[in-house]
Design a protein around this ligand. Structure first.
Ligand SMILES: [Mn+2]
Length: 279
């Protein structure tokens, strides 16, 4: 296995504040598979990205990239592997940045995050993922938020949702912990969560398919790159994000700009997190 480093940064684990955890698992997918190739594609393309960010006037090399988690064909085993990797990084006082893989791995990363003090789940996603069961599995990527509601979560904020099943609408209406935020201009809910510890999950299918077409479940009418940055900025300014994941990117032939966009969103998130926590 080739061991590539995010942004080509060869930093020391002990010295690093952020730890990239590549999790190439996609057996929780329903429609398009292939997000197991997401981490390698994103990390490979990130090596061509500039370290200096013009918008933020910042460059950061305090990022360590772990070796890929070796996936198995058992969902629960995969989730255990992800949970322990995220938990270990958190116990060292660092910020885990998990790269998927399909969205089901967020069940494990959120669980680890809650064990380390988070009690808010924030997802930026085209989908609500509130099905109790999908394709015969309770651990499908369509059930992520529902499984997280089984954990001691105080609030699940779902930003950018633009399609829901009837079952999901029913749960969202009945469970007071769920808040659906449809537009980036409607982020007032974050004001009530000032300083609260949260896990952030970014499903790249929230972006418009014209920008990121290579996802398992494309949904038209998505947000722009600049919308995504504005949403992330608002989150990092207000909420104490202790762990994050970026999921569902599934590289397709003949397209390389979208992997680069995902890599950039990840780096921007790390930079914005750094500015709100360490400046
Ligand atoms: Mn989604």
């Amino acid at each position: 296995m080739v061991y590539l480093k995010f942004l080509n940064i060869d930093s020391d684990y002990e010295q690093s504040k952020y730890v990239i955890i590549p999790a190439p698992m996609d057996i929780g997918s329903s429609w398009g598979v292939g997000s197991r190739f997401g981490p390698s594609s994103i990390i490979e393309t990130s090596r061509y990205m500039d370290l200096y960010d013009m918008d933020l006037d910042l460059a950061l090399d305090s990022i360590y990239t772990m070796e890929e988690i070796e996936p198995t064909i058992e969902m629960t085993k995969n989730l255990d592997l992800v949970e322990s990797a995220v938990s270990e990084v958190l116990s060292h006082g660092k910020v885990p940045v998990l790269i998927g893989g399909d969205h089901s791995i967020s069940i494990a990363s959120a669980k680890a995050s809650f064990l380390h003090g988070a009690h808010i789940y924030i997802a930026i996603d085209a989908h609500a993922d509130l099905y109790d069961e999908y394709n015969g599995s309770k651990l499908s990527h369509a059930c992520v938020t529902r499984r997280i509601l089984d954990l001691p979560v105080e609030k699940a904020i779902l930003i950018g949702v633009r399609t829901m099943g009837l079952e999901e609408v029913d749960i969202a209406r009945r469970d007071g912990r769920v808040a659906i935020v449809r537009s980036s201009s409607d982020l007032g809910i974050l004001d009530s969560l000032k300083g609260e510890k949260a896990h952030l999950s970014f499903d790249v299918d929230v972006m418009d398919p014209s920008i990121i077409p290579c996802v398992g479940c494309p949904e038209p009418g998505g947000i722009s790159y600049r919308d995504a940055i504005a949403i992330l900025r608002a989150i990092f300014e207000k909420v104490d994000v202790i762990s994050m994941d970026f999921v569902e990117f599934s590289p397709c032939q003949g397209r390389k700009d979208d992997a680069f966009t995902v890599a950039k969103l990840i780096y921007k998130s790390i930079l914005m997190h750094y500015m709100s926590h360490f400046y």
